[in-house]
Design a protein around this ligand. Structure first.
Ligand SMILES: Nc1ncnc2c1ncn2[C@@H]1O[C@H](COP(=O)(O)OP(=O)(O)OP(=O)(O)O)[C@@H](O)[C@H]1O
Ligand SMILES: [Mg+2]
Length: 369
């Protein structure tokens, strides 16, 4: 049987209703102002299953929140009155920072509808920013915790060129033929370059993800980069790697965060196969968007755990082996990129994690290789 977990879709599943306590209808929220505050608010509210964002309004047609709203299928307006009349929200959140909006809302909003504005909405904005900072810190903490497991792989990869350098240097002490000296010096330089490349990859991986801006990222290049990093964390000798890449597939987001997502998914997949099996990486341009699939032929996930694997600190690994933050952070990054993540799994057969991103257009592409 194939199981698709509903909690992993972009919009979280409604809490399960019980016979005694029926689930209340979602809170209908309207957002006034589609600048940075409105956009952030939209992103956060959209992830909460008990809230329905019924519309957003801004006079400026190019306001970033209006574009985001269209991606999320939220109704867009340029007049407050139209939004209120058509959508009948139960809560209106004003994040315009415009002092005249208060009187406009008092006129337009019918009695019984709550309004959040002024200092209250500023407080909300500060809380959202704080939450974003915490998520970034958590991502970094989890990444650093994971790097401990890279030690054996790094030691192995650095030790090989070091042994070669030692052997060549020992030869050189007795070597009198100038041509042979030159050839061995060249080999030493190549070996040193290999160790430098390892250090460069890992330093760039462990840096804070907030340092680089969002941009267009070549997905195939990022997956290849992630494979290079993941091999320090997990042994890949007996894993068959199949790549089905559609050329020129791009997504918009933070390149370091996407790399982290891919490294985590690949690491999980290989760990589930107990170092033997087939890892398949697939990229496709689907209708108006991009899909990335990471599949393994590993242990699979029991149906009763499917709803829990994205929870923070959920792990089936022995104490000290996993933080249980990998998939939780992945989910946050994907949501931030306005994508969705779903999983299909069969116990004993394997799992497929599918990431779907909305369509993006733009000029410069980072991460091609
Ligand atoms: N590809 C997979 N196959 C089978 N089970 C998986 C797979 N990916 C994740 N899981 C399950 O989900 C759990 C949570 O994964 P997550 O990446 O969040 O944490 P972790 O891997 O346990 O810890 P860490 O990521 O810190 O090593 C895992 O412990 C495992 O039980
Ligand atoms: Mg993990």
């Amino acid at each position: 049987m194939t199981i698709v977990s509903p909690t992993m879709s972009h919009r979280r599943a409604e809490p399960q209703a019980t016979a005694q306590a029926p689930t209340p209808p979602p809170m209908r929220v309207a957002v006034i102002g589609a600048g940075r505050g409105g956009t952030a608010l939209l992103d956060v509210l959209h992830q909460i299953g008990t809230i329905e964002v019924v519309g957003i309004v801004d006079k400026i047609p190019t306001a970033p929140g209006l574009r985001r709203a269209q991606e999320l299928n939220v109704a867009v307006y340029d007049q407050v009155s139209d939004l209120i009349k058509n959508q009948r929200p139960s809560l209106v959140m004003d994040v315009t920072g415009d002092p005249t909006m208060e009187s406009v809302l008092k006129e337009q909003v019918p009695p019984g509808t709550d309004i959040i504005n002024g200092l209250t909405s500023r407080l909300l904005w500060l809380l959202i920013q704080h939450e974003t900072t915490l998520q970034t810190e958590l991502l970094h903490a989890e990444k650093l915790a994971g790097i401990g497991s890279f030690a054996a792989g790094i030691a192995h990869d650095i030790n090989n060129p070091l042994q070669l350098i030692l052997g060549l240097a020992e030869n050189l002490t007795d070597e009198t033929d100038l041509e042979a000296v030159h050839a061995q010096a060249k080999d030493i330089i190549e070996a040193v370059k290999r160790t430098t490349a390892i250090c460069r990859d890992l330093t760039s991986y462990s840096r804070r993800t907030s340092l680089r801006p969002d941009g267009l990222i070549s997905v195939n290049g990022k997956l290849d980069e992630a494979m290079k990093i993941a091999r320090y964390a997990v042994a890949l000798q007996d894993i068959e790697i199949r790549k089905h890449y559609q050329p020129d597939v791009v997504v918009k987001g933070n390149p370091d965060q996407l790399l982290h997502v891919f490294v985590n998914l690949i690491t999980n997949a290989v760990q589930a196969m107990e170092h033997q099996g087939i890892l398949t990486l697939e990229t496709t341009g689907v209708d108006g968007g991009t899909q990335v699939r990471v599949s393994d032929t590993g242990s699979g996930i029991p149906p009763e755990l499917l709803n829990r694997i994205f929870d923070p600190f959920f792990t089936t690994k022995p104490p000290g082996k996993g933080t249980g933050l990998g998939l939780y952070n992945i989910k946050n990054v994907i949501h931030h990129m306005h994508g969705t993540i779903t999983v299909e799994s069969q116990v004993g057969r394997g799992s497929t994690f599918t990431l779907t991103f909305p369509e993006k257009t733009g000029q410069s592409v980072e991460g091609s290789s």
